[in-house]
Design a protein. Sequence first.
Length: 591
Amino acid sequence: MSSDITKPQEITLQGIPASPGIAYGKVFVYIQSSVEVPHYKVDESKREAEEARFDQALVSTRQQISKIQNEVSTNIGPEEARIFDAHLMVLEDQALLAETIREFEATSENIETCFDRVSQHYIKAFSEIEDEYLRERAGDVRDVAQRVLQNLLGQTKTSLSQLAGEQIIVANDISPSDTVSMDRMEALAIVTDSGSKTSHAVIMARSMKVPAIVGTHDLSSKATNGDWALIDGYAGVVILNPSESTLFRYGKIREEKESLESQLLEANKEPSITLDGVAVTLQANIERVDEVGLINDYNADGVGLFRTEYLYLNNDHIPTENEHLEAYRTVAEALAPRPLIIRTLDLGGDKTIPGNPHLFPKESNPFMGFRAIRFCLEHQEIFKDQLRAVLAASVHGNIKLMYPMISGADELAQANAVLSECKVELRERGVAFDESLEVGMMIEIPSAAATADILAEQCDFFSVGTNDMIQYLLAVDRVNDRIAHLYEPTHPAVLRTLHHVIKEAHQRDLPVSICGEMGGDPILVPLLLGLGIDALSMSPPQIPQVRYLIRLMTMSDAQQLAEEALKMSSPEAIYQHCQKFYKERMERFAS
Ligand code: PEP
Ligand code: MG
């Protein structure tokens, strides 16, 4: 075909499939990096204006930092607000400012270039100092310099939602705080160089039915804005500059998939009961209040996990008690009498509030660091606002409370003690709440799994967060694409741990659910049910395929599958065993 000669070559790349769907559109390359600094010469006649522009940017930056400092002081505390003194000091640093002006006078280059050059020099000098305190000043200079540059360039902090619009986002990485505005950005698909199936940005994409592929290594440096790309989120394939015949082929695949999906949606109206008459609870994981409509759309038995940290990520301030209350009440009322399990704040790990180094200091191992309940027990004012709101909302529906990342009995006791204090405070205020509010905890840390018998005495239910549990059990960072192949949900250690937790919980009449991604994977669902899991909570669009399978299997077969799997030693062999079980029942839908 002669017209193909001028067309760019089709390039196919394999990544990790992370959210199903097929998309075709223009690429938007999103690199999370520092501000891009333009370079140009400034005319002699404009020198004064250029210096005035610099002064104005410094004033604006000072105002912005002071505003943040005041907010932090009111919302969190004066101690935490003090970090910004260091930032304000950078703005007073005569050496830095005077040197910028000297550089400008000597070179006539635009003030951004001069300021960037001088501040980079300072950052480098500070970061090479041995003294830890002085070394940390490099970070302060970097933060402030970014802000000054943004002000000089007239950029408010750009968010993905402002940039993308109906395009395929190709990024080196996307943070959960980027994805909070994902509904507004109307992305056709998301492709990231790094990340994994359980990165939080990907979990969000799945809920929103945005196709996603992760682990494409260096695609964001190969692709350019405006390239055309075809994304196959089922197989994890990215095709840059697809040919006509590729587009035609994928058009057919898309039609088939869409037809299967609509059949599944139709069947999703039926109850989730196995062929031998066992009803299985299928719940939804949600991240935002406006996702509550998905519960009805996908016929879910309530919400098994409300990841409330998105209330923090979606906000320019720490939510107030009333804002929490409003959110929980809205969801609880919409669901009642179906349950709403509200998980308390799980910030940290890959979910931090950008620009808040005072709350989330940089850590070498964030997933093993200052996260979730650890953060809450240290910032009790933030935690208590949330707990009081959950309690107050509990009269408006069927609410249950759940703590994330509990590592042992002491931590659970501490969290429960804070909850008791909140109850006392509400009684004093005369605010009604459900006195018998059920309180559960997530089993995500191996130490919690190992002490399930002790923990079961102090709470009402367990929900296993397999996303984290697998990463901690196997020492495989859940967002590191280089070792994604080692992240094996069917590792015997995972099965044995689940088996142990379920046994200890059931002996004490505690129900156990799964709310990690494993619970929405139809290939693994029979294994989980066979092991004795009482409920599954998943991203809403995964419910139809899970329900469909449940209606084609018997619980006794699932129990046999689990028994056999527990005797096997190879993760791969266990996976294949599960896959065989699945395929035999789902022949038409297996791919
Ligand atoms: C999990 O760890 O499995 C879980 C459900 O919590 P998150 O993915 O929010 O860490
Ligand atoms: Mg978790």
